[in-house]
Design a protein around this ligand. Structure first.
Ligand code: SF4
Length: 349
């Protein structure tokens, strides 16, 4: 974890402390004001599965969406509202702005970033690409607009295996960035020639195979659901490996009544909503001696709160939390993003 990432985590923890102390009445007050302001400003909330349950519930109740990053991008582009409130992390806000340049896009805080994005600076990435000019550049959605603009394809975890399979069948060699675990997973699944950047997600990288195995022994009927940003040792013991949407689908469709889930615990909101009779257990991120057995919650996703969402809606200029993307950069990033959306659509047909 970089020094910058650590600093942002500390900033988040200081911030989160205040909001957690809110009373139920105060929370209700914020929720009602946010609903009014969304209407008044012709705005809609687009929230990720990893945000806090309260934020996801608010997005649902107000006609917005709770989704993975691919679906968030689609929803924001297609929704008629003139303003998007993107509750997620910065690359999601940037993607929304690139796809909907005519809309105003705000985030509860622009400080909400992602270790994968931070760990893949534009200049270093460009140099890496230049060293491998024979490779097709595929970047994960968790990257800056500048890195996307350098890519041939953008991809999310929900269609990563299918896209790499498709490119492999065309005889293309792949340069993959930034998540090394997801890159290794798609390489193993497809047999394609995939050269990986060495980024990682600070949340998923912490899951421990030994801890998952211990939990499995204690719950023999449980199925293990794993996001492919997790280390290979954890992926190897999964019953299902998939994106957030795919894991939610598995949780609702599989016959098991208990699931051990190795991804951000924000996803439990949707899993419990869709399968209330089932039990979901957080996969451990630390050994038995640790004080925190599972800390599987993205510190940046957790920065999306009621207070900063309302503050942004109350101020005409969104308290400075508006997303702007340089038009030339947006135009270049749009090319691989459009390819991703079209490819995703072709899979649904
Ligand atoms: S959970 Fe990981 S990949 Fe997702 S936003 Fe947080 S740091 Fe990035």
């Amino acid at each position: 974890m970089s020094a910058q990432a650590k600093e942002l985590v500390r900033a988040h923890l200081a911030h989160a402390g205040g909001e957690q102390e809110m009373t139920l009445e105060q929370r209700e007050f914020y929720r009602e004001r946010i609903k009014e302001k969304l209407q008044a400003r012709d705005a809609v909330m687009v929230a990720h599965y990893y945000t806090d349950p309260e934020i996801q519930a608010l997005a649902e109740e107000t006609g917005g969406c709770v989704a993975d990053s691919l679906e968030m991008a689609r929803f924001g582009k297609e929704h008629p509202a003139s303003t998007l409130i993107v509750a997620g992390v910065r690359f999601m806000g940037e993607t929304a702005k690139i796809l909907s340049p005519e809309k105003r896009v705000f985030m509860p805080t622009l400080e909400a970033t992602c270790s994968l994005d931070i760990g893949c600076p534009e200049d270093e990435f460009a140099a890496f690409c230049e060293q491998h000019p024979d490779r097709t550049v595929v970047v994960y959605a968790n990257t800056s607009a500048a890195v996307k603009a350098r890519a041939d394809w953008v991809v999310t975890s929900s269609i990563a295996v299918e896209l790499i399979e498709y490119l492999d069948q065309r005889g293309e060699k792949i340069l993959w960035a930034p998540d090394q675990h997801l890159g290794a997973y798609v390489r193993d699944k497809t047999g394609a020639d995939v050269l990986c950047w060495d980024g990682a997600c600070i949340v998923h990288e912490e899951f421990k195979a030994r801890g998952v195995e211990d939990l499995k022994a204690a719950h023999p009927g449980a199925a293990v659901l794993v996001h492919p940003e997790s280390p290979a040792s954890v992926v190897a013991i999964a019953d299902v490996v998939g994106s957030t949407s795919q894991l939610i689908k598995a949780a609702t469709e599989m016959p098991n009544d208990t699931f051990i889930v190795a991804t951000d615990k924000g996803i439990f909101y949707k899993m419990q909503q869709l399968a209330p009779e089932k039990t979901f257990i957080e996969a451990p991120t630390a050994g038995s001696g640790a004080t925190c057995r599972s800390c599987a919650h993205c510190p940046w996703m957790a920065m999306n709160g009621l207070e900063n969402t309302l503050a942004v809606l109350q101020d005409e200029n969104g308290c400075g939390q508006e997303i702007f993307v340089d038009p030339d950069l947006a135009r270049r990033a749009m090319v691989p993003l459009d390819r991703m959306l079209d490819f995703g659509k072709s899979l649904k047909r």
